[in-house]
Design a protein around this ligand. Sequence first.
Ligand code: ADP
Ligand code: ZN
Ligand code: ZN
Length: 680
Amino acid sequence: MPARTPQQSHPASGIARVAVPSPLRRLFDYLIPANTHVQPGIRVRVPFGSRELTGIIVAIVDQSDIETSQLRPITEVLDHDELIPSHLLDLWLWAANYYQHPVGDALHSLLPAGLRKKSAASIRSHHSDPSQPEITPTDTDIPTPNSQQNEAIRAVNDSSGQFNSFLLDGVTGSGKTEVYLQCIDHILKQDKQAVMLVPEISLTPQTIERFRQRFSAAIAILHSGLTPRQRLNAWLEAASGVARIIIGTRSALFTPMAQPGLIIIDEEHDASFKQQDGFRYSARDLAVLRARHESIPVILGSATPSLESLYNANTGRYRHIQLTQRAGTASMPTFQLVDTRRQLSEAGLSSDLLLATARHLKQGGQVLIFINRRGFAPVLHCEDCGWTSECPSCDARLTVHRKPPHLCCHHCETRQPVPDHCPDCQGKSLGTGGTGTEQCESALATAFPDTPVLRLDRDATRRKGELERILKQINNGEPCILVGTQMIAKGHHLPGVTLVGVLDADNGLFSADFRGQEFMAQMLIQVAGRAGRASQPGEVLIQTSNPEHQSLQTLVHDGYHALARTLLNEREAAAMPPYGYLVIIRAEAVSMAAPQRYLTLARQVINSQIHSQQLNDIEVHGPLPAPMERRANRYRQHLILKSSSRSVLQSLLTPVCQILEGRSESRRVRWSVDVDPLDM
Ligand code: ADP
Ligand code: ZN
Ligand code: ZN
C-alpha cells in the first residue's frame, strides 16, 4: 500500500474533481499532493466527512469554487494507469447528467463491485474461468449467408472504423445472430473487439455455446450470476484487450474495450435494457451514443423493433436493414384467433387449442403453451360472501400456488398458508379464479397422460441447473408439451416446436400504459416465433375474448410492422414518445399523504423554474397515484412531465433536482427521477 501523504506538509499541485459515492448531485474537489501523478479515469481514496471513500477523478482543474485552504488532499492513488478511458468516462458522465442521477452514485454503480473499494485493478488468473480459450471452435458448418444477410453484413463491415447505427429488423429465425457472428468475425480479423448485449433472459448456455463454437478468440461473459471476482476479471480482460468478444446484459455496455470495434444490442426492444431502479439508464440509447463517441458501428437487432427505433429508421437516423425471410428452409408460422367467448374451456384451454395440441403431438411435434402468469390461479375467493385473497401490503391479490400449497403476492413476496375456510364469513366454499401455469400444466397432464408436460417459469427453474435440464429434454426432440411464461418467449431456439398456443392475449389490449399494445404485439410475435423454426411449418393459436379488436386483427393479418405504423400514428397524434419526451418524478413513503405532499412541492418548484427560465412547451400532470398505489406497504405517487424537446426538459430538470435535493422534505420520502420511462 502506498504511504499516506501527511496533510498540509507538502505543497499541492493542482486540484482533482472527484465523483464520490454519495446521494448528492455534485462533484467534490481535492488537492493533488505534490509529486503525485493523477489523471481523469482513475480511482483515489479521499476523506469525506469523517470517513474515507473511493472516488473517481473526472477532471483536473486549476481553480475551485472553494478556498484552497479549505480543500483536503487526496490520501491515496489506487490506479496508476487509466482505468476508464476518456471516451467512456465522458459517456458515464453524460449518462449521469441526462438521467438526472447523483453523479458519484451513478459512476460507482457502473464500476464492477470489485473496484468500488480499495482492491487493485488486476486480474487474478487462477480464478479467471469465463473467458479461457481451452476450447477450439468446432463449428465447421458455417451457413452461407443469403442475399439479405449478405447485404446486412456488407453494410456493417463497410462502416467499420466509423460511426453508423443499423436497425437489423429481421423476422424471428431470419438469421440475425448469423449476421452478428459474421460481422464479429470481420471485426476480430482487424484486431478489434466487439461487445454484444442481450436480455438477461436470453443469456443462456445455448447462446454462449454458439459463440464459443464459432470463435477461438477469448470471450468474456458478464451476467448477474458471476461472483464479484469473476465479474472483475471479465471486465479487466475486456479493458486490457485480452477478451476479444464481450457478451453481457445491460451493464456490460459500460465495459471498457482496448480496441473497440462493434456494439450489438440483440432484441433491442426488450424492456430489460432500461434499468428500472436506482440509476435508470437505457443501455440501448447509450449504446448508440457510445458508438458515436468511439467511432464504431452499432447494430440494434430485433424481429419486433421498438417504436423508437422504427421511428429513427424512418427518419434516417438509423440505417434500416430488413431480413424478411426465415433462414434456411424454415417458413413463417400461420396465425389463428380463437374466440374464448364461444368455447367452453378447461383451465383456460379452448377446445380448438386442445384439438390442435393432439394433432401436433400425433404428428411428432412439440407444443408450447404460453401463459404469462405463474402459480395455480391469480385469486382465491369465497363463493358465499365474495371475499378475495388480498395482499396485506399491496393493492394486489395473493396468487394461489399448489406446488407447494401457499398464497403469495407477486409484488412483495408476502406468503401465507392457504386458508381452509373464509376469513370473513367462515364459509367453506372457497374457489379459485383464473388460470396460472401450474393449473394449465396439470390440466394438460390429465388431457395427455402419455406425453411429458414441462413447466418453465420462475418457480419451476429456481433450482440451479433446472432450466438447462428442461431445455435439454426439449431439445431431444421427442413430443412434449411446454407450459411457460415469458421465460420461454424469448431467444430460445426450439426446433421441435410446431404449435404455439397463447392462452390470453387480452391483458395488453386494454392496458392503461401507453406502451401496452406495443409490448403485447412484441410478446405475441416473439412467442409465435418459437414455432416452426426448423423444417416443419408452425401454427399459432391466440386465445382472446376480443377477436374483433382492431389491433389484434392488424397484427394477425397484416403483421407487426402494420400495427407499429398504426401505433406510431397514435403516438404522433398524442405527442407521446417517440414524438414527445416524458419524465416521471416518483415519490413513495409509508404514510399515505407524504408522497402527494412532496410532489405538490416539486410541482411548485417546477412551476417557478418554468416561470423564471421562461420555458414553454412543457406539460405537467399530477401528482397522481401510481398504477398500484400501495406496494410493499409504501404509498406511491408520481408527477409526469412532457415536452417535444429533450433539451427543454433537461434545462428544467437540472435546477429542479438541485433544489429538491436541498429541501428537508426530500429526506421524508423516497424520490426518484425517471427520464424516458418505459412505463408510467
Ligand atoms: P435469429 O437470430 O434471427 O432468430 P438465427 O441466426 O438464430 O436467427 O438463425 C436461425 C437458424 O437458421 C439457426 O439455426 C441458424 O444456424 C440458421 N441459419 C442462419 N442463417 C442461415 C443461412 N444463411 N442458411 C441456412 N441456415 C441459416
Ligand atoms: Zn366468505
Ligand atoms: Zn404484496
